[in-house]
Every structure is written in structure tokens, then in C-alpha cells.
Design a protein around this ligand. Structure first.
Ligand code: 5GP
Ligand code: MG
Length: 179
């Protein structure tokens, strides 16, 4: 076994239960189903963190969707971003004239979404919206419109449900606090 020197998952406090996550995803899927009835949106997942959220979301949707991914990285330490976003893996799908929904795991400073909105807008989609599972309560209103929001969470560093600390804890089925 590889020892990472990190806290065992069992010691981390659960912030959002599996059941609460499930209910939030169901609500989001219902809203997207309603808004995109008769359409076929392209969901653009932001790797890596959104992979579990996106997988849960698409399985709850009734509207037909296409799925693609972008991968971004922000320079900085493991729990603080530096304010610089860079595209590691670009979008492959031609989204011109398509209805695009960015699927993000958590919005903190909103730098990632603020970087991706103009990046995708340049590709001339018919519409462009943002779906995020978590929005951190940072005390200031988010500088981007979040069209579909799972829930707000306190301004703490969270792991699980796809979110990592140094690539650990993504597999946890609930959202936990790394203290
Ligand atoms: P933003 O650009 O909005 O500051 O942050 C967006 C990205 O930073 C997320 O997609 C996620 O990868 C990462 N991030 C922000 N807050 C957290 C957190 O509490 N835990 C983890 N694991 N990642 C976070
Ligand atoms: Mg990350």
C-alpha cells in the first residue's frame, strides 16, 4: 500500500451526505430537463473534479445530451489557487450553434468559470450556461452567473464526490471537510 501521510478518510467530517447530494442532483436534472426540452445540449465537464457530478447528473437527465470535457489547471498550492488558470485539454466538440452547459464541481473564486465563459463564447454556441454542484460562501457574491446550482457550502476546503486533495479522496461518496 502507498502511504501518503494523509488523514484516513474516516477521520474527515462529513459536510454533505450522499442522500443530500443525490437530492441536489435530482433537482438540477429536473431544471435542465425543463429548460432544454426538445433540445440536445452539450454538457462540458471541467476535469478532473466534475467527473463524478457529471456522471450522476447525466444519469438523471431525460433530455438527450452530448458530453465533452475540458481540463484546466490553476497554478498554486494544493488548497489555494494562484489566480492563474490555464487550459490543459481543449474542447474537441464543435459547439457552434449548440446549447452548451459548463458543468463545474465547485465554484470558489470563480476564476475557472470566468476563464471558460469567453473561451466557449468564442466558439459561437447558441446559448451558454453554467451548472455547478457547489458554490462557496465567500462573503462576496459570485462574479459569474450560476444558472444551475446544487447548493452553497461554507468557505472550507472540501474533498470527496470527485474533489481531491493531492489526488486523494475523490472516491468518497459524500462531501467532507479537510481540516
Ligand atoms: P475557482 O476557480 O472557482 O476558484 O475554483 C474552481 C476549482 O478549484 C474547482 O474546479 C476545483 O477543482 C478547485 N477547488 C476549489 N475549491 C475547492 C475545494 O474546496 N476542494 C477541492 N478539492 N478543490 C477545490
Ligand atoms: Mg482540483
Amino acid at each position: 500500500m502507498v502511504s501518503t501521510g494523509q488523514a484516513p478518510a474516516a477521520q474527515l467530517r462529513v459536510l454533505v451526505s450522499e442522500e443530500a447530494l443525490r437530492q441536489a442532483v435530482a433537482r438540477l436534472a429536473a431544471a435542465i430537463d425543463r429548460d432544454y426540452a426538445g433540445k440536445q445540449p452539450v454538457l462540458v465537464g471541467v476535469l478532473k473534479g466534475s467527473f463524478i457530478f457529471l456522471a450522476d447528473l447525466v444519469r438523471r437527465l431525460s433530455v438527450p445530451v452530448e458530453v465533452d470535457f475540458v481540463r484546466v489547471a490553476s497554478y498554486g498550492t494544493a488548497t489555494r489557487t494562484s489566480g492563474q488558470v490555464r487550459l490543459v485539454s481543449p474542447l474537441k466538440t464543435d459547439v457552434r450553434g449548440r446549447d452548451v452547459v459548463i458543468v463545474e464541481d465547485v465554484i470558489d473564486s470563480a476564476l475557472t468559470v470566468r476563464y471558460l465563459l469567453p473561451y466557449l463564447r468564442r466558439r459561437r454556441p447558441a446559448s451558454l450556461r453554467v451548472c455547478a454542484m457547489f458554490l462557496k460562501e465567500t462573503g462576496t457574491p459570485p462574479p459569474v452567473p450560476v444558472d444551475y446550482l446544487g447548493m452553497t457550502i461554507p468557505n472550507v476546503f472540501v474533498v470527496g464526490y470527485g474533489l481531491d486533495y493531492a489526488e486523494q479522496y475523490r472516491q468518497l461518496p459524500d462531501l467532507r471537510v479537510l481540516e
